[in-house]
Design a protein around this ligand. Structure first.
Ligand code: 5AD
Ligand code: SF4
Length: 470
């Protein structure tokens, strides 16, 4: 998960009418929040709001928050302090300025937010944001609205579909949430409490959204879910479909060249999903499959419900099915009770898997999770030291993987203009950013390129002979 993802320009800004109200959405946390910000922007567009990237010109500021690690709530409260001052200045001008808090901090803190930050007008949870326009209308009447119930109705069924022009404005790759919530209850994690239990979106809703995205120029869709490979729903004729079935079906959509999904749990990586990696050329050879730790003792304490050896065997099967697959993962160092030996086991696991990229974090105590009650917490400086060693190893693996790409000819999906004129940035099948000389009019095409070099966070390529997709 990346923290502080910048605002993804949620709704299109079609005609910037001088009188239209402006919303600034600040997105924290994971891709699911990025997707939710887009959908909230859509919901607000139907209320006459256009999105802005300038907080200073906004009439509504919405913080879409993340609660996965410590200090998240504190960061939100300090941002709210700054917004309170803005609100006062606006009030002096006689201009409306509304403040909303959405996402997982909203869900976890609820009323407490309004108590601590009375300038907040709306607190809305991840399951109720389809009711955001209504909440804003009520808040305008003067009283703050807190709506963090787990709504009985399906929010997606109540949200307006994204305007095609809006999709186009956002580019050729898109996220599509297919699953929310988690039933795994890893002992360190707040997700089962903030996002609730697992819910899968129905097949037809997903297919309609994927078609709409593709018809508007999207070439690559990343299916999202806190536990995406646990997605299950009724397929045609009532058949029980898992994520693999959904991927096979999505792969038939004309123009949809690339599919990805994230984030997965090792226990839900079934045979059919592995077969999908073998069979589907449009399913990109990149898999984010967090293991969190390498020691069986810690995996058990984390309630991951698999061993290190089982994880390694799984990866072997996946690699047998799709030999060019690049592995990615998440790691936590300093879970309560983690000894030097346990940490060495994590390093050993990383050596054995050889990750193309990975995220790693110091364990952060989350109130309300079982991990918070454990007494043998690891000292902060030990966590810091372990994280540094782990990250050095992961960064080296990432750099080695990038270097191993030099000389390869690959397919590149051209995504956006590069920093230099005449350059375009694309994505490799393994999710790396690649700079290549191309025309911006080619954005959306998949071209063959040869990798010729690596930079700190990206690769450099030159066009190879043939154009394979338009
Ligand atoms: N402390 C540190 N990292 C955490 N993650 C989840 N909960 C915590 C926590 N309490 C990490 C896990 C997860 C990723 C999204 O965030 O590695 O896979
Ligand atoms: Fe959290 Fe574990 Fe569920 Fe992932 S699988 S969201 S880490 S509880």
């Amino acid at each position: 998960m990346n923290e502080h993802v910048s605002c993804p320009t949620p709704a299109e800004a079609p005609v910037d009418r001088p009188n239209s109200k402006k919303v600034f959405i600040k997105t924290y946390g994971c891709q699911m929040n990025v997707y939710d910000s887009v959908r909230m922007g859509d919901a607000l567009a139907s209320e006459g709001y256009v999105t802005t990237e300038e907080m200073g010109e906004a009439d509504l500021v919405l913080l879409n928050t993340c609660h996965i690690r410590e200090k998240a709530a504190e960061k939100v409260y300090s941002a709210l302090g700054r917004l309170r001052d803005m609100k006062k200045a606006r009030a002096a001008e006689g201009r409306e300025f509304l403040i909303g808090v959405a996402g997982c901090v909203a869900q976890a803190e609820g009323e407490e937010i309004v108590r601590r930050a009375p300038s907040v007008d709306v607190v809305i949870g991840p399951q109720t944001y389809h009711r955001l326009p209504e909440a804003l209308r009520k808040a305008r009447a003067g009283k703050a609205v807190v709506d963090t119930e787990y709504a009985v109705e399906d929010k997606f069924a109540h949200l307006p579909a994204t305007e095609k022009a809006g999709i186009r404005a956002r580019g050729v790759t898109a996220f599509l949430t297919v699953q929310e919530g988690c039933d795994k209850f890893c002992t360190f994690c707040v997700v089962p409490y903030t996002r609730g239990s697992e819910v899968s979106r129905p097949v037809q809703q997903i297919l309609d959204e994927a078609k709409r995205l593709t018809e508007s120029g999207v070439r690559e869709i990343t299916l999202l879910g806190q536990n995406v490979n646990a997605w299950r729903a009724a397929g045609p004729n009532g058949a029980d479909w898992g994520l693999a079935d959904l991927l096979y079906r999505l792969a038939e959509i004309p123009g949809l060249a690339r599919l990805r999904y994230t984030t997965s749990h090792p226990r839900d990586m079934d045979d059919r999903l592995i077969e999908a990696h073998r069979d589907l050329r449009s399913l990109m050879p990149y898999l984010h499959l967090p293991v969190q730790a390498g020691s069986d003792r810690i995996l058990k304490a984390m309630n991951r419900r698999h061993t290190g050896a089982e994880y390694l065997r799984l990866i072997e099967r996946i690699r047998n099915a799709r030999p060019d697959i690049a592995m990615s993962g998440d790691f936590i160092v300093g879970f309560p009770g983690e000894t030097d030996q346990d940490f060495e086991d994590t390093l050993k696991m990383v050596e054995e898997v050889n990750y193309a990229s990975a995220f790693s974090f110091k364990y952060s105590t989350r109130p309300g999770t079982p991990g918070a009650d454990l007494t043998d917490q690891v000292a902060e400086e030990i966590k810091a030291e372990r994280l540094e060693r782990l990250q050095a190893l992961l960064l080296k693996q990432q750099a080695d993987f990038a270097k191993s790409c030099i000389g390869k000819t690959i397919d590149l999906l051209l995504e956006k203009p590069g920093r230099m004129p005449g350059q375009v940035i694309g994505r490799s099948p393994w999710l790396q950013s690649v700079n290549v000389d191309a025309k911006t009019s080619q954005i959306g095409e998949i071209i063959r390129v040869r990798i010729i070099g690596t930079g700190p966070n990206s690769l450099f390529a030159e066009p190879a002979e043939s154009l394979i997709g338009a």
